[in-house]
Design a protein around this ligand. Structure first.
Ligand code: MN
Length: 203
């Protein structure tokens, strides 16, 4: 998130097949090497003609796209958001997943009662995204948890995002066809709430 122009396609922190059988290798390869790469390439193409913003970090571009010159706003929001959201999504999965730990485990208990009830609420919101977007677990400045959704490549950086699921069809169509419900269950098997817990504690 701290990289600047020219942006690179950062390798995944695991092999394309690492999330099998829950997320298949072909989906991971296309998702990373084509979908994310396209956002990286388009972001670079946008900033190539905008030298004033080539020293902005990815996070700054996402957070402050609204203050850019009008011609840059939409392409930067879409493409910087696309890079940020995908890197964040990929980093929030791992082979063994991992349950919430530490302060996040307590906050989930406080807000949702238990992990099963959190799971149900998160899944319901992820299912309700109309068209393309993401569902997120995020924390506000008081540490209060929020389940929320965003459209397209918007990013909830007014909060501290902890983990997200990409529910664009390209994230699941090869394996699950149109069954987003099955994909969300599969994602929960590899969702790394250990990573989310560290993000919650600012680590
Ligand atoms: Mn995607």
């Amino acid at each position: 998130m701290d990289q600047t122009y020219p942006f690179q396609l950062i390798p995944l922190p695991y092999d394309y097949c690492a999330l099998e059988p829950y997320i298949d290798a072909e989906t991971m390869q296309l998702h990373h090497n084509r979908h994310l790469k396209t956002y990286v390439d388009n972001l670079n193409a946008t900033l190539e003609q905008a030298p004033d913003y080539q020293n902005w970090t990815l996070r700054q571009l996402v957070q402050h796209s609204g203050s850019l010159p009008p011609a840059l706003r939409t392409p930067v929001q879409r493409n910087a958001g696309g890079v940020f959201n995908h890197e964040f999504f990929f980093a929030g999965m791992s082979h063994e997943g991992g349950p919430p730990a530490g302060h996040l485990a307590g906050a989930i208990q406080t807000s949702y009662g238990n992990f099963a009830d959190f799971y149900h609420q998160f899944k319901t919101q992820a299912l309700a995204v109309f068209g393309s977007g993401y569902a997120w677990l995020a924390a506000d400045g008081n540490g209060q948890l929020h389940i929320m959704t965003t459209a397209n490549q918007e990013t909830p950086l007014h909060l501290n995002p902890l983990i997200c699921i990409d529910v664009w069809e390209h994230a699941y169509y090869l394996k699950h066809f149109n069954l987003r419900d099955d994909y969300i269950d599969a994602w929960f098997r590899v969702a790394d709430f250990g990573v989310a817990s560290r993000r919650y504690e600012g680590r």
